[in-house]
Unconditional design. Structure first.
Lengths: 513, 316
């Protein structure tokens, strides 16, 4: 079976002259301890392209550094002219940074993708069942599968929403789940982003740019298009609209152009053909939401909001929020307007809850998880606490109730002093932390200084949940550009790659559409 | 359409038109300066100060060792400390566009963004001291490209009409202001000054991209009275005040969704009256003080149109 062969990193038997030493732009390419996406290792230690990378590898081998540099410059220019990027504001002058894209695509074969797709579908279903449950009868807490305290005292549990019936019982409509690959090539879930995940516009933009800049790469592959995402998202928004409205009006609620993800907000609004609104464009009157237009008020039925819970409504959450809409939460509660994602999803992607997702899948779906978590230790449990405290120099320690890489200890990169600080913190409040082994993310050839070098990457596929669950074929591959770095965040020298999902050539397993 | 979006479309377009006019004015003044150098006693002072006066700006602070003319050019074209400079206007236009990126076509954004990056690219400003021409031309072409793309790629619905409003209101005001700043020349003109007068009124036409159009209509020397009449009342020339007001009226009726003769709101009435005054203008009124008061009156009515638009459509 193909997937088996890939998981083992077995060499491709059909190659006539296996390369033990690399040539061309690959000269000096080094494999580390991590799984490399393009190259497997032969018994004699030589590097050999995995079968699905062979055509790309051969084509890149014929490319000169000069030619590749030119195409890389074209991608940068294209991104800059389209204004793709995030904004860093310094005083009143906006500094725009383009998120660099590496033109070597990341390729995922059909069989691997099917496994990811099924795993993600299973996972979002379980998370939605979990959210409905904890905001209603709380069976899973009473059965002791998830500790009640973790949920009820979690910073992202919205007490105000207990008993509220959300449209179609869906809480998470848009999920961006971060996957990484372990040294043996297994895909693992690093975290679920179930609040307002971003990055999908880069996924779409990267494809547009690489088609413009490097069309010949597509000659050897049948790449599944990812272009349907905005339409699929609009389907979801219309599906959750109040049922009495025949032609619902959906809008995208953005914090505005100073938000770092503003490019994505306007991109999606435009592709869906809906209005991008800011808080000041909306008003609530009689529990109904309206937008202020040149012809007076217009009713709004569905809001795809890209504002966090805390800032959504100054009457319910943070009173100092100028981004939100006073009265919005009550309108939502009254069912006159739908929100995507719903309020309170933060308790499902909290780091403290994460270790229990596999149990949720067994509990609600009576299935074994198709995608595994990264092994996680909970210092709250005495036996695991001693393991964590003894191995602070090799583990990654994360604070629960936090997101975005705050409050973390990366063991191998930390000082003795930092480890001691965390030791004290963990001993004082063990339930506030989890710990995981430091995973060497998989590597991928990336164009650096005129040649290809291995750089670590992850994968964020985008999952939509409406009438059905849709996993857009593709995802955002983020690359850590500094050598050896495991941090893929855009703010810390990360870049991205186009992500190719290959069409299934086998008619027996291909899905009928 | 969201009021905020309408507002941003209006100002995106208005700032761009402002940048266009200013870039052209600097370029025209630069050329005129070269022409008048050997003829007038102090052309530099005369022309550049007249330009600043028209823009209602005081002369900029000189940097150490800086030539006064270089300073004016830098101040009007590049300096972002001057909120009215070409660079500032393009920047503001782009910021407005960015705040409503979803409401304009991607190629419009791209064109505006390219313009911004071209003008900010260090190479272009560096050449301004020698000649502002490249920079000015780049700015004007960028604006034309933007409107070309807009014309061809954006639905001509409400939003498009707000773009037209911003563009033509700014243009009408600028043409009126150019004429107003030059009416003094009318009185001073004598037979001996003919070649110079020809140059100066030619410059007025060039400021309004009207030189060739005028020449086609009136063969011979540039005659001040005809220039004034042409720029105020020609029904077919895109930079005449009458043409601008016709466009404004048309966009306003489209936006309100009513028939032209049923439009009874304040802003339509104000535009319609000013337009009528231009259509039935008596050329004999346009000498000296008569012209001055007509232009002043028209300018304040244009300002009123802007204010009424804000009220009517809850623009911010």
């Amino acid at each position: 079976m193909m997937s088996h062969q890939l998981a083992d990193g077995a060499p491709h038997s059909g190659t006539n002259c296996p390369l033990s030493a690399q040539e061309g732009l690959f000269a000096g390419y080094e494999l580390g301890a991590a799984y490399d996406e393009m190259f497997g290792v032969q018994a004699n230690g030589g590097q050999i392209p995995r079968p699905h990378y062979q055509p790309l590898h051969d084509r890149l081998l014929q490319t000169s550094a000069e030619d590749f540099r030119r195409r890389k410059a074209m991608t940068d220019l294209s991104m800059r002219q389209d204004g793709v990027g995030f904004t860093v504001y310094r005083a009143e002058e906006g500094i725009e940074r383009v998120w660099p894209m590496d033109p070597v695509p990341r390729i995922i074969p059909a069989a691997e993708w099917r496994q990811i797709e099924e795993g993600l579908t299973q996972r979002i279903n379980a998370l939605n069942l979990f959210l409905w449950d904890v905001y209603h009868e709380q069976h899973i807490l009473r059965d002791g599968v998830v500790p009640a305290g973790l949920v009820l005292q979690g910073a992202f549990f919205r007490r105000e929403f207990v008993g509220v019936n959300v449209p179609r019982r869906i809480y998470i409509h848009v999920c961006g789940t971060d996957l990484i690959r372990a040294a043996d090539g297994e895909y693992l879930v690093l975290e679920d982003n179930a609040r307002t995940p971003s990055g999908v516009s880069y996924m779409l933009q990267n494809r547009q740019v690489i088609k413009r800049v490097f069309p010949s790469l597509f000659n050897d592959y049948d790449v599944l298009p990812n272009d349907d995402y905005p339409a699929a998202l609009l389907d979801v928004l219309q599906y959750i609209a109040p049922e009495s409205v025949p032609q619902p009006t959906a809008v995208l609620l953005s914090p505005g152009m100073y938000n770092s993800a503003y490019f994505e907000h306007s991109f999606l609004a435009q592709r869906m053909g809906i209005e991008l609104v800011e808080g000041r464009d909306l008003l609530v009157d009689g529990n109904r939401v309206f937008m202020r237009t040149t012809r007076g008020r217009q009713r709004v039925d569905v809001i795809y909001r890209r504002i966090d819970d805390d800032f959504l409504d100054p009457l319910t959450f943070r009173p100092d929020s100028a981004l939100g809409v006073p009265g919005l939460v009550n309108a939502y509660r009254a069912g006159t307007v739908a929100l995507a994602n719903s309020i309170g999803t933060g308790i499902a992607d909290d780091k403290g809850i994460y270790p229990f997702v596999p149990e949720m899948i067994r509990y609600y779906l009576k299935q074994d998880p198709l995608l595994n978590n990264v092994e996680t230790f909970r210092p709250e449990i005495p036996a695991q606490r001693s393991h964590v405290l003894d191995n602070l120099d090799t583990l990654v320690v994360k604070r629960v109730n936090e997101s975005g890489g705050y409050g973390m200890l990366v063991g191998p990169a930390s000082t003795k002093q930092q480890q001691d600080d965390f030791r004290r913190l963990i001993e004082a409040n063990p339930r506030d932390f989890i710990a995981q082994p430091t995973i060497q993310l998989s590597t991928h050839p990336t164009f650096v200084d005129g040649r290809f070098e291995g750089r670590h990457l992850d994968l964020r596929p985008f999952v939509l949940c409406g009438e059905r669950v849709t996993v857009t074929p593709g995802g955002l591959t983020r690359v850590a550009l500094p050598k050896g770095s495991l941090v893929v965040n855009s703010s810390q020298g990360g870049g991205s790659k186009d992500t190719w999902i290959l069409a299934d050539k086998n008619p027996a397993t291909s899905r009928k559409t | 359409m969201l009021s905020r979006v309408a507002d941003a479309l209006f100002w995106m377009s208005r700032y761009l038109e402002r940048a266009d006019h200013l870039a052209r004015a600097v370029d025209v003044t630069f050329q005129l300066d070269l022409d008048l150098h050997g003829v007038l006693a102090n052309p530099v002072e005369f022309e550049w100060n007249a330009l600043l006066c028209m823009l209602r700006q005081s002369p900029p602070q000189l940097r150490e060792g800086e030539d006064p003319v270089d300073a004016v050019q830098r101040w009007l074209l590049l300096d972002t400390a001057n909120t009215g400079s070409v660079m500032s206007c393009v920047n503001r236009s782009r910021n407005n566009a960015r705040s409503i990126r979803g409401s304009i076509s991607p190629s419009m954004w791209r064109e505006l963004n390219k313009l911004y990056w071209r003008l900010s690219d260090a190479a272009l400003p560096a050449r301004v001291a020698e000649s502002p021409h490249d920079f000015c031309e780049e700015a004007q072409i960028g604006v034309l490209l933007f409107h070309g793309v807009c014309e061809a790629t954006l639905i001509h619905d409400e939003g498009w009409h707000f773009i037209q409003l911003g563009r033509y209101l700014e243009r009408a005001e600028k043409v009126l202001r150019i004429l107003d700043s030059k009416f003094g020349l009318l009185e001073r003109a004598g037979a001996a000054d003919l070649p110079i007068s020809n140059l100066q009124w030619g410059a007025v036409l060039k400021n309004c991209v009207a030189y060739e159009a005028y020449q086609r209509l009136y063969i011979s020397r540039v005659e001040p009275e005809r220039v004034v009449e042409f720029l105020l009342t020609n029904p077919e020339f895109p930079h005449s005040v009458r043409f601008c007001l016709t466009q404004i009226l048309q966009s306003l009726t489209e936006i309100s969704g009513r028939l032209p003769d049923r439009c009874d709101d304040e802003v339509v009435r104000t535009v319609g009256r000013l337009l009528n005054d231009l259509v039935y203008l008596d050329g004999a009124e346009l000498d000296g003080e008569g012209l001055h008061s007509f232009l002043g009156n028209s300018l304040s009515r244009c300002a009123r149109i802007g204010n009424l638009l804000q009220q009517q459509y809850a623009l911010q």
